[in-house]
Design a protein around this ligand. Structure first.
Ligand code: SF4
Ligand code: SF4
Length: 117
């Protein structure tokens, strides 16, 4: 599931955007939407694609990030977005896997060795 996370999130988000109609998602005319090129993306194992899965997922996370910045307007507001279960993109809003974000945050805020020089 974790490798499918951004693609599943985009799928759900697009379906919600189009009132649950897969057909409307397919024919969505809003090519300026950051998720537009991803709205029909095949999940790993679903399609014939044998491209590098990691770079596909990275690009999908970046598309989610762009969507969140367009939605919230500022990085700070994306960070503090309180939508949680109310938005399918919420756990991907930093543009990286949630585990990566948590690990980086932990490292950043970890107590540092005290140096006197
Ligand atoms: S591509 Fe954008 S506008 Fe179109 S269905 Fe998805 S979220 Fe909605
Ligand atoms: S997670 Fe928050 S900022 Fe991102 S699209 Fe959803 S509501 Fe907007």
């Amino acid at each position: 599931m974790s490798t499918q996370l951004p693609l599943m999130a985009i799928r759900r988000f697009c379906l919600e955007c189009q009132g649950g109609s897969p057909r409307s998602v397919r024919i969505c005319p809003d090519a300026a939407c950051p998720l537009w090129t991803w709205r029909l993306a095949a999940l790993p194992g679903e399609g014939p694609q044998e491209e590098d899965k990691t770079s596909i997922l990275r690009a999908a996370f970046r598309a989610v990030r762009r969507q969140c910045l367009a939605c919230a307007g500022h990085r700070r507001d994306v960070r503090t977005c309180s939508a949680r279960e109310g938005c399918s993109l919420w756990s991907c809003r930093f543009g990286v896997h949630p585990k990566t974000y948590k690990a980086v945050r932990r490292r950043f805020f970890a107590p540092k060795a005290l140096s006197l020089f």
